[in-house]
Design a protein around this ligand. Sequence first.
Ligand SMILES: NC(=O)c1ccc[n+]([C@@H]2O[C@H](COP(=O)([O-])OP(=O)(O)OC[C@H]3O[C@@H](n4cnc5c(N)ncnc54)[C@H](OP(=O)(O)O)[C@@H]3O)[C@@H](O)[C@H]2O)c1
Length: 413
Amino acid sequence: VALLGLGRVGSAVARLTLGDAWCRAAFTITGALVRNTAARAGVPFPVVSDARALLDSEPEVVVEVLGGIEPARSIVLAALERGIPVITANKSLLARCGDELFDLSERTGTPLRHEAAVIAGVPFLCAFSGRPFASRVSHLSAILNGTSNFILTQVASGTGFDAALDLARRLGYAEPDASLDLDGTDAAEKLTILARHFGGLSLQPGQIARDGIARLTREDLRCAGAFGGTIKPLACAAWADAPAAWVGPAFIRGDHPLFPVRGIANGICLESRLTPPLVFSGPGAGPEATAATILDDVLNAHRTEPVVRGTGAIGQTAEGLGRVTVSEPPTGWFVRVSHPADRLDPLGVADLLSTFDVWIQRTSTPSDTAAPNALWLLTHPCERARLDAALHALRAAARCDTCTVRVVETTHE
Ligand SMILES: NC(=O)c1ccc[n+]([C@@H]2O[C@H](COP(=O)([O-])OP(=O)(O)OC[C@H]3O[C@@H](n4cnc5c(N)ncnc54)[C@H](OP(=O)(O)O)[C@@H]3O)[C@@H](O)[C@H]2O)c1
């Protein structure tokens, strides 16, 4: 096995390979690629800074855990050209260069496996391998960013947003700059990989609508609780009708399969017309859990993992993958309306929204004095444009602020 990268994940792969008797018998590390070879004295395999030398040592498998696009992209392409199977945990690479890499993998018949790129500690893609009927997933909702889930779980239990972020940093769950976690970029990258795998969609992260979680307050989470649910950082995609994909905080009810996925955990709920929702959850990252998933992929390196091509399209080839336009289907909305000075009249708000054909299912006012001039609403499903127009009119008429979060429900009865 040639390791591209010997950072947190690469070192964990090396530790597991060298430290476990079974692994020692099964694998040999032929070498590792890093930037700074000087800092690697004492490592019991060659550590190099020249990728060509590493590929020339003719490894049977390449494990790519460099991160980023280049040089990872060029080295993975070179390995696939030479017929060397590649295992990667690099979501950014697959999200941005997936078309090119999977096309080459398919053309050369060289496997490119990526179980650790999404929900790294939970091997779930393999559960669908060779199972075309189970794979007829029509839409999915997922918690793909553990940092955001940890923060919202803390906020739901009464911690302020900034204190929850500080705690995530202290526990090592968040980088000093957590912006890519909080603004949905990390989850959008992972969603492109899932949408390709299960829906045959070719998406770039930039095509996916993204809302961050930083605008949410303790009172929003408390109110979501009063409505019988909570707010989770979701990534959703659908392709049975018009392709749809978005990332952002969403209100889910207590019976949603992702409701119990708390803290740093990740989860995915895959839905189809054939089965009730299939749910997988567990650690989304962590060097040791990721390394275990990677080594299982190494063991299966010579098996090609077929990319599923959308609902019902069993056996469709790569030509069926087309860049798509992403739409946003109508949904229910969880809305906070707040006035800087005065209490809002729920009936007046409902009246105004109804003139835009936006209909309210439930309202709630705060039970304490933390946000006395706020009002929360759950609407019936409507298009985003209609809701935006209604809230624009409300803000102008009542001189208030609004904050909206989608409502996500499973379709299974
Ligand atoms: N950390 C996790 O829990 C986790 C979980 C799932 C997936 N992943 C993914 O796994 C990948 C690696 O993550 P990580 O946390 O292990 O990253 P990391 O700690 O930053 O390690 C990156 C490694 O790649 C090497 N490297 C980077 N650029 C290079 C270049 N231009 N030339 C040669 N070597 C280079 C670095 O060399 P130096 O050591 O010399 O700097 C380092 O050894 C990422 O794609 C990440 O998204 C991580």
